[in-house]
Design a protein around this ligand. Structure first.
Ligand SMILES: Cc1ncc(COP(=O)(O)O)c(C=O)c1O
Length: 367
């Protein structure tokens, strides 16, 4: 059965996002605020519904990666503080100010730009402690923060860093110490009234010392752990189910092939179901012949090469498959469950990328 005439959809449960956020809040306690990271369209879940749900669950800040993402939240009348974790280009400054976004600064040029606005702006100075992406070296970051604090318009709201390696708590602790040294220098300069933040999902799970004033979870508020073997926060609930439909069924005689490149060759007469999702929808081509999907409660293999708009499933073992049957790519159907991690593993990537990649043609439905 198609849903609202759609042939592919993602059901998003905002109450799961609220619940997951509340689990994070319970873990970090009263003294640590939660900034829900809702960049990249809320990791594919929809930025506005994800933000609203996270706020309901106890987040008091929202994190985005661009001015445009922040403006999208403001247009939806979301009033909570929003931090642009990324770069603010000169051409976006006035829009960012109008949207009351807090902005990240990590170099002299960025600071000079914010000063040109001659208006009140909340600033979070970012320290590079080993990621070497955005951020100022610790000594420079301290100087930037001192300069921000001394400016009549700018307000130093935060001093922060970002961890590089989810699987290496020792390296994370080293980054944290570099950050704390820089923060101490800032405090010795007499500047104390700002938010210290460092940890995303993995940091907050693995290194409680990194909770500081605020944590910035993304993935776990969507109910997925950064590393699939982790069992922390046992109550987490995945917030997204991705489904499509069977659009055609064909019996493929022994020796004949399915799809581009003829990668699937029927070893016996095979029953093959075509589905209405392809790589343009975010079903990675690298999951060809490796991924699975659930039909009538049975997880079956993807047969052959995933194409742009379609893929094929080998449903030989499943009785009674019909055109219109619902097919689950992420989620549960009967006794079978496939997670974002399952699809990521089959695609040779991580759950983050699988969720963010779910395309614009996939209708988001909110439960
Ligand atoms: C600066 C920053 N903070 C927090 C996060 C959230 O990370 P995670 O989804 O691992 O919790 C991200 C995501 O990449 C990020 O770039």
């Amino acid at each position: 059965m198609t849903q609202q005439g759609a042939t592919k959809w993602a059901d998003v449960d905002p109450s799961a996002i609220a619940h997951n956020t509340s689990l994070v809040k319970q873990l970090v306690g009263e003294k640590t605020a939660v900034m829900a990271v809702v960049k990249a369209n809320g990791y594919g879940h929809g930025a506005v519904p994800a933000a609203r749900a996270a706020l309901e669950g106890g987040a008091t800040w929202l994190g985005v990666s661009s001015v445009a993402e922040g403006i999208e939240l403001r247009r939806a009348s979301i009033q909570a503080p929003i931090l642009n974790l990324g770069y603010t280009p000169p051409a976006a400054l006035s829009a960012a100010v109008a949207a009351r976004l807090a902005l990240t600064v990590y170099d002299r040029e960025g600071l000079a730009l914010l000063k040109t606005a001659s208006t009140e702006i909340g600033v979070h100075v970012k320290v590079d402690t080993g990621m070497h992406r955005l951020g100022a070296p610790p000594d420079d970051a301290v100087k930037l923060a001192v300069d921000v604090a001394g400016d009549p318009n700018l307000r130093l709201e935060g001093f922060w860093t970002h961890f590089a390696d989810a699987k290496d708590p020792a390296f994370t602790r080293g980054q944290l110490h570099a950050y704390l040294d820089a923060r101490s220098a800032l405090m010795r300069a007499g500047i104390t009234n700002f938010l210290s933040h460092a940890a995303g999902s993995s940091g907050l799970i693995q290194v409680p010392e990194a909770w500081l004033d605020l944590v910035r979870p993304g993935l776990i508020i969507y109910g997925v752990r950064p590393v699939r073997s982790w069992t922390d926060l046992p109550g987490l609930r995945p917030a997204l189910r991705w489904q499509t439909v069977v659009t055609h069924l064909v019996t493929v005689p022994t020796g004949e092939s399915v799809g581009y490149g003829r990668r699937f060759i029927a070893q016996q007469p095979a029953r093959v179901a075509t589905i209405a999702v392809g790589y343009a929808d975010g079903l990675y081509r690298s999951a060809s012949e490796r991924g699975r999907a659930i039909v009538r409660g049975v997880a079956v293999p993807i047969a052959g090469t995933i194409s742009m708009d379609q893929a094929a499933l080998d449903v030989t073992t499943v009785a009674g498959v019909m055109v219109g049957d619902v097919v689950t790519l992420i989620g549960q159907d009967g006794d079978a469950t496939l997670t974002a991690d399952d699809l990521a593993e089959a695609s040779g990537t991580i759950s983050y990328e699988v969720l963010c990649a779910i395309g614009g043609r996939v209708l988001r439905r909110y439960l």
